[in-house]
Design a protein around this ligand. Structure first.
Ligand code: LLP
Length: 421
């Protein structure tokens, strides 16, 4: 279960009725179920039982401190892509050794921040970055533990091109044919130590084929590094596990995924690193929103909600499908566009969707919004970002306070101190 179920016709998050949260906190609000996150973590952890492994949650999927703390308490580490995410991870109680640092554009400042924190691995994505990491480490008088992120250049099938990363010609990783050249540079770079090989194929990957194609390529890169005498300890297979968004979609076969990865990893004797984001948190969240108006125009029906694309951008950015359920079961059906208040025609949650005939004042739950929901929210149209609530059994707590209108202008000021060029 996702933690969201109807009882007596009312959608609950675990034991808490969603209308209770709406009255206490208002809307729009993200609601997360702690037990669903616990369940997903244990499911993945169990699937790799018997293989040395570590699950590094991709912070970008949901960076709320309480979600990070929850995952830390379960034994997770983190995969970060910025100094800001490192700051959050440390604030949530993670140690440097729990952290893997990915990303194609790390700044000198971020690299220094990561080395000072003592991160487990910095994933290298270019030769120029390798040289920079070595220079920063030298300045700080440390040896930087690094991994090479290999681009295995396989064909990846995802619902949208924007979430593929492991194909040829993309900005991510070192093309597999260039790995040996990078390894050959290492003897001249005494302040880095190659500790791992990694990859990340993309997100919401529909089947195991890309993984089957990519693992041998990652292993061949590993052989090259080992042949050069590098002390490799980690094999990082990235994230990308899919979750069902539509009713007809089935859950990802975790055991199948684990079987393929385990088979490849066991012989290497390395510690396996996993970087799931979506899988751990997507289904555990909904965006709770209120219907502001019903509208009929040009032969079409519209349901206008108080949440918009600034709160949840996935439909606008990726034409992503999110199921939308009435919080109180409602009779009648209508085919409508469910749209937000923002001045863009891309501001919709669903198009021509058959939905219950909800009226103004009704609550809706936009499902599967726990990953890449709040973390991608913005202030567009000067809208304060929504509140976030964590539910655990019969209890709920505000874990992200709704922004205020003062917050919107807090960092802005009149140009009192002009500087002369
Ligand atoms: N590791 C690396 C290096 C990544 O770039 C990503 C995601 C992950 C792990 C986690 O992937 P996951 O397990 O969540 O699929 N905003 C998009 C998804 C972008 C994913 C970017 N990288 C969306 O809303 O669908």
């Amino acid at each position: 279960s996702t933690g969201f179920d109807y009882r007596a016709g009312v959608l609950h998050a675990e034991e808490v009725p969603l209308p209770t949260i709406a009255s206490a906190v208002g809307t729009p609000t993200y609601v997360y179920c702690a037990n669903t996150i616990r369940h997903r973590f244990h499911q993945l952890d169990q699937a790799f039982h018997g293989v040395p492994h570590h699950i590094h949650f991709a912070v970008k999927a949901n960076s709320n401190l309480s979600i990070l703390s929850l995952l830390r308490s379960l034994g997770a580490g983190v995969d970060i892509v910025s100094g800001g995410e490192l700051y959050r991870a440390l604030a949530a109680g993670f140690h440097g050794r729990d952290v893997v640092f990915s990303g194609v554009g790390k700044t000198v400042h971020e690299i220094a921040q990561a080395l000072n924190a003592g991160v487990q691995l910095i994933n290298i994505e270019s030769e120029a970055e390798l040289v920079t990491v070595n220079a920063v480490a030298e300045r700080l008088g440390v040896i930087a533990p690094i991994a090479i992120r290999v681009n295995p250049e396989v064909t990846v099938d995802t619902p949208h091109a924007y979430i593929k990363t492991g194909e040829k010609g993309q900005k991510f990783g070192i093309p597999r044919d260039d790995v040996s050249r990078l390894v050959a540079c290492l003897p001249d770079l005494p302040n880095v130590q190659l500790r791992g090989l990694g990859m990340h194929l993309g997100s919401q990957i529909g089947n195991a084929d890309p993984l089957r194609d990519a693992l041998p390529r990652l292993l061949s890169a590993l052989e090259q590094a080992r042949a050069a005498g590098q002390p490799i300890a980690f094999l990082d297979v990235g994230g990308g596990l899919s979750v069902p968004y539509e009713a007809h979609e089935t859950e990802a076969d975790i055991d199948d995924y684990a079987r393929i990865v385990r088979a490849a990893a066991l012989d290497t004797g390395l510690t396996l690193l996993l970087e799931p984001g979506r899988f751990l948190v997507a289904e555990a969240g909904v965006l709770l929103t209120e219907v502001l108006y019903r509208k009929h125009a040009a032969g079409k029906d519209f349901v206008v909600t108080d949440a918009g694309m600034n709160d949840l951008i996935r439909p606008a950015l990726y034409q992503a499908y999110h199921a939308i359920d009435p919080v109180v079961i409602t009779d009648g059906a209508v085919v409508a566009d469910i749209v937000g208040p923002i001045c863009e025609s891309g501001d919709f949650f669903a198009k021509d969707r058959a939905v219950p005939d909800v009226q103004a004042g009704a609550l809706l739950a936009v499902r599967t919004a726990g990953a890449y929901g709040f973390s991608m929210a913005s202030n567009y149209n000067s809208r304060a970002r929504p509140a976030e609530v964590l539910v655990d059994g019969e209890q709920f707590a505000v874990v992200g306070v709704r922004e205020s209108q003062e917050d919107l202008v807090r960092l802005e000021r009149a140009p009192l101190h002009w500087r002369t060029a």
